[in-house]
Design a protein around this ligand. Structure first.
Ligand SMILES: [Zn+2]
Ligand SMILES: [Zn+2]
Length: 302
């Protein structure tokens, strides 16, 4: 149905970015399928798949090809982006689906090529014979040449905007949109708002590390909790000794800073290092050097 509609209209060229996105999506899907497939073999002896990995992969990609390019003229990534392959050999502007030969060669070039590459690598990686070395050299040369052609093709693709891969160029298949794309109109106000928000977020990212949040927190908490008087210091010290004025827990290695309050060594040291002008959060007195607590606290007080 869709193809009959497509036949009546002329084709729509696809943006370069969409073609590249489609390729990336294909790769992501293949990885997903492969990881799902290997997770099925977790219970088996390790290394079961290793011997036949290229063949198993080729079989999976064959199945994928059967239900995507063969039946729908588009890979999964292309289908997501509303793109499909067009037979570009016939030079008409009307949409023409791929011929059987093109689909078959597409399979051979993509799946077969990758299988050959992996299998050859396995086959020749452990052999040291003279003849093998020669063949290996030829294969490496061929692979390098193919990579170079791929690079050239990619540069031409960037220039002209058609045939993102070498396979597509050789087979004469081209990406086109399935349906005409609606014109994307983005409101000026929306763009303005986006820019403003973006700028604001950048500003916050720059500013936030400069604010001493610890000190801010302590200042606010000292506003909320009224500063205790310094009277009857003996009693209050005994009471204060039971908890660190910073973390509120039983003070570990209790230290004082010159007022009647007690802190864990770690709490007061880290705060003091962080802020040279640190003041006691309970009474607001400045820190005059750390002193280990001299008083012996009776455990019976607890
Ligand atoms: Zn503490
Ligand atoms: Zn204090």
């Amino acid at each position: 149905m869709a193809s009959s509609i497509g036949n009546e209209k002329s084709v729509n060229p696809v943006l370069r970015i969409s073609q590249l996105d489609a390729l990336e999506l294909n790769k992501a899907l293949e990885q997903l399928v492969w990881s799902q497939f290997t997770s099925c073999f977790h219970g088996f002896k390790p290394g079961v798949l290793a011997h036949f990995e290229p063949e198993v992969k080729a079989f999976l990609w064959l199945v994928l090809w059967r239900f995507t390019v063969y039946s729908k003229n588009a890979t999964v990534g292309q289908a997501i982006l509303n793109i499909q392959y067009k037979n570009n050999l016939s030079q008409t502007e009307k949409y023409q689906s791929l011929s059987k030969q093109q689909k078959l060669w597409y399979l051979i070039f993509t799946v077969g090529g990758r299988w050959l590459e992996e299998r050859c690598y396995d086959l020749f990686s452990n052999r040291q014979l003279q003849s093998f070395c020669k063949i290996k050299g030829y294969i490496n040369f061929g692979a390098g040449l193919l990579k170079l052609c791929g690079l050239l093709n990619f540069l031409i693709f960037l220039q002209k905007g058609t045939f993102a891969t070498l396979t597509e160029r050789i087979l004469g298949i081209r990406s086109v949109f399935c349906k005409p794309q609606s014109v994307r109109q983005v409101g000026f106000e929306y763009m303005n708002r986006e820019l403003l928000w973006h700028g604001f977020a950048e500003f916050l990212i720059y500013l936030l590390p400069l604010i001493n949040l610890q000190k801010l927190k302590l200042t606010i908490s000292s506003w909320c909790l009224p500063i205790a008087g310094l009277s009857n210091s003996e009693n209050t010290l005994a009471a204060h000794c039971k908890e660190c004025s910073l973390c509120g827990e039983w003070p570990t290695m209790p230290h004082t800073v010159g007022c009647s309050h007690v802190f864990c060594y770690y709490c007061i040291k880290s705060n003091y290092l962080f802020d040279m002008y640190f003041t006691c959060p309970k009474c607001g007195s400045e820190v005059h050097g750390l002193q280990p607590l001299k008083y012996k606290i009776e455990m019976t007080e607890l």
